[in-house]
Design a binder for this molecule. Structure first.
Ligand SMILES: Cc1cc2nc3c(=O)[nH]c(=O)nc-3n(C[C@H](O)[C@H](O)[C@H](O)COP(=O)(O)O)c2cc1C
Length: 187
């Protein structure tokens, strides 16, 4: 069966560095035969989790916003790619709003994540993974995907500042394409 790859793009810059690398992941996955959908989170109305805990009772989130269609896409995906710039030493607010709302997969619904594959794209302006804060985002992803029992297939990250910088880094573009091929191909 064709694999479904969902890419969540967390930068406000629609053609920024993380989006450029995310599109290379998409190209690799498509070449491998997958069905790929990219979502530009900044264009969506995603409100913060308000800790009402209604999801504990109902099994679904009751906030009526653009997370509702996204919940179904997340459930249906075989692989999820999280792409984010580093903002203040961790993931962007756009991505954090989205992943906080995964809390609604409470209790019995966590199993919807089990066995999904994951790819990560991170871009930052500082010179390395540690001083940029990229390491904090990686720690978050490692922790959350261990909890969700997902397999992190690969992470592509690099020091990039201005729009267009990613296009000048063939090695990162290639790593992203290869990550897409792995995520898009059958096991
Ligand atoms: C609000 C803001 C906060 C930032 N914080 C950091 C940071 O903490 N560490 C860092 O290395 N770069 C930081 N940067 C630089 C971005 O991570 C960098 O430009 C990145 O390539 C942006 O990715 P994008 O083009 O996908 O938006 C910040 C940029 C902005 C606009």
């Amino acid at each position: 069966m064709t694999k479904k790859v969902l890419i969540l793009k967390g930068s406000p810059r629609e053609k920024g560095n993380s989006a450029t690398l995310a599109e290379r992941v998409a190209a690799g996955a498509r070449e491998a035969g997958a069905q790929v959908e990219s979502v530009y989170l900044h264009s969506l109305d995603i409100r913060p989790c308000d800790a009402c805990d209604e999801c504990q009772e109902k099994g679904t989130c009751i906030i009526e916003d653009d997370m509702q269609p996204l919940y179904s896409k997340i459930s249906a995906a075989d692989a999820i790619v999280l792409a984010s710039p580093i903002y203040w030493f961790t993931v962007s607010a756009q991505l954090k709003l989205c992943i906080d709302r995964w809390y609604a997969f409470q209790a019995s619904r966590w199993k919807e994540f089990h066995g999904k594959q994951v790819g990560v794209i991170l871009t930052y302006g500082d010179t390395d993974l540690y001083t940029s804060g990229g390491i904090n985002a990686i720690h978050t992803f490692e922790t959350m995907f261990r909890f969700l029992r997902c397999e992190i297939v690969g992470m592509v990250y690099g020091s990039l500042m201005d729009v267009g910088d990613a296009d000048k880094r063939p090695e990162l573009l290639e790593q992203a394409f290869q990550l897409g091929q792995k995520l898009g191909s059958q096991a």
